[in-house]
Design a protein. Structure first.
Length: 557
């Protein structure tokens, strides 16, 4: 038995678990489960649930099951099952031998439904879906009993058997629990527990023509697996009376359902249905588009599992709904990337600079630190010569008073490589744009008084790379909070992706996909999975500017 006295509750769910351990409610066991429906890819909201489910089991020496609630074959695909498994593993959690499918319990669920029918607690109903809604009523109007409600038990059993054999059309019959049509809770007004679907199931094939409704299946799955604490998001609170009713009527093992507030994030949509719409309508390039809040999208963008787990721990678990600022997630990400990202130099909007006091063909070297936060990361050698590239934004011909970078007759520090002074420039005669900056180079051991530092790459040694500048997918904090009649997709950010051809240092040619990088003075990036040595591709993960640290009064990284 786990010694609860050695644990320290961090939120109300852990307080409940510790009290149950103290009283021996479940014989000292802690069994949780993460039960995704395989009808889409997991998103950042699921990460909160994953960390809670697996984290609670780990904290109290218990087990957490990964269970696929695959009760709707029309929406489920093996692709989603595989993606969910990969995402949970990537977050750092392991279910061991406890991988389950709701469909593995279909026979047992059918038997439970038969038992309810025999007890007079369920019946086969002939109401159409439209009639079903009309008879159920609304919160301010009581429901009406179905004409099928008092059908004899033997007739119900016969119809249910024939439903199972595939004799009837979809929608012709449903099985409903017989509870209370006057209940103020609509979920207790004789809810449907089985429906007919002539669809091939991705896990069990063509075995079944009837499938259990989610509310009926979920509590039975928890019971069959002897889950102790069934942790659900807050919208399932009104479903809990039905959860309890089914288990009580069947008189079987009864877990405890506990609800917590789901994650709502600014500038983000947290709905698999909405995300699928973005994918199908071509607003994004698939589920793993780095602008998507899916875990595979965040991973492709360069988010780390450590940062996401830290974020989930930081926001905590509560019973009240709130809107979390995405800046906090980005802050947690920067905090981790600052520790692990290798520093590299890249110039996204290059302009040539000729250092006239370095002879043609001469190559100089300098040493650059790979990560100042990690002494073990070592250093690398960089080469440069007479021509380098600098950022166009790091030069102004007529700079304002607060501009401390390069300008005519001004010197700046060249990152890791001494100093440069601008002595002249060349312009395009048609557009007036600066095409070449001329200057001189001063060795780092010389004393030059400067106020600014700029980054650079050697024009001779740099390589071309495609850099994808990702920004927030939506332009408003709450994309779903639009005026009546407006389309939430009108809030999509047309500037959420910009692609540029950059000049990057040659060490980036073989950067492995997903490797955290900091392009110095620009932001955090990672190599895209499609990146090759011939065509390097980098995705911007997040900018260097930490707006959350400013809000919280903390120094940025």
């Amino acid at each position: 038995m786990t010694d609860a006295t050695e644990k320290t509750a961090t939120h109300f769910i852990h307080e409940i678990v510790e009290e149950d351990l103290r009283t021996g409610k479940y014989d000292g066991r802690v069994v949780t489960r993460f039960p995704p429906e395989p009808n889409g890819y997991l998103h950042i909201g699921h990460a909160k649930a994953i960390c809670l489910d697996f984290g609670t089991a780990l904290k109290y020496g218990g087990t957490c099951h990964l269970r696929f609630d695959d009760t709707n074959p029309e929406a489920e695909e093996e692709e989603y099952v595989n993606a969910i498994i990969e995402d949970v593993k990537w977050l750092g959690f392991d279910w061991g031998e406890h991988l389950y499918y709701a469909s593995d319990y279909f026979e047992k669920m059918y038997d439970y439904a038969v038992e309810l029918i025999k007890k007079g607690k369920a019946y086969v109903c002939t109401l159409s879906p439209e009639e079903f809604k009309e008879y159920r009523g609304i919160p301010t109007r009581l429901g009406k009993e179905s004409p099928s409600r008092n059908r004899p038990v033997e007739e119900n059993l016969d119809l249910f058997t024939r439903m199972k054999s595939g004799e009837f059309k979809e929608g012709e019959y449903v099985v409903r629990a017989k509870i209370d049509m006057s209940s103020p809770n609509l979920h207790m007004r004789d809810p449907a527990i089985y429906r007919i679907k002539h669809a091939r199931h991705p896990h069990v094939g063509d075995t079944w023509h009837i499938y259990p409704m989610y509310d009926f299946a979920h509590c039975l799955e928890d019971s069959i697996e002897h889950v102790t604490h069934s942790l659900c998001t807050l919208e399932f609170e009104v479903h809990r009376p039905l959860y309890d009713w089914i288990l009580d009527e069947l008189d079987i093992y009864h877990p405890q359902q506990i609800e917590f507030a789901r994650l709502n994030l600014t500038y983000t949509v947290m709905s698999k249905r909405r995300l699928l719409e973005l994918v199908k309508d071509g607003h994004v390039n698939g589920w793993d588009d780095p602008r998507m809040p899916t875990l595979c999208g965040l991973r492709r963008r360069g988010y780390t599992a450590d940062a996401i787990r830290h974020f989930c721990d930081t926001i905590g678990i509560t019973k009240y709904e709130s809107l979390t600022d995405v800046a906090l997630l980005e802050h947690c990400l920067r905090d981790h990337l600052n520790k692990v990202a290798m520093r590299r130099m890249a110039v996204l909007n290059p302009v040539r600079m000729i250092l006239e006091n370095i002879p043609e063909g001469e190559v100089k070297t300098c040493t650059a630190v790979n990560n100042p936060e990690d002494e073990g990361a070592g250093t690398r050698e960089l080469k440069f010569g007479r021509e380098i590239y600098i950022e166009r934004d790091d030069f102004m011909e007529e700079p304002p008073s607060k501009f401390f970078r390069l300008a005519p007759d001004r010197s700046v520090r060249l990152r890791n490589a001494g100093f440069v002074t601008c002595t002249g420039l060349e312009k395009d005669p048609d557009t007036g744009a600066v095409t070449v900056i001329r200057g001189t180079w001063t060795a780092p051991e010389e004393k030059v008084k400067v106020k600014g530092t700029i980054h650079w790459v050697s024009s001779e040694h740099a390589i071309d790379a495609e850099v994808r500048i990702y920004d927030r997918l939506f332009t408003v904090e709450n994309p779903m909070d639009v005026e009546e009649g407006a389309d939430w997709k009108d809030t999509l950010n047309p500037e959420s992706l910009k692609v540029v051809t950059a000049k990057v240092e040659p060490t980036l040619a073989d950067a492995a996909a997903g490797t955290p990088l900091q392009f110095e003075r620009i932001g955090y990036f990672c190599a895209d999975p499609d990146s090759t040595a011939v065509k390097p591709i980098f995705n911007r993960t997040v900018t260097l500017r930490d707006s959350w640290a400013k809000i919280a009064g903390k120094p940025g990284k």
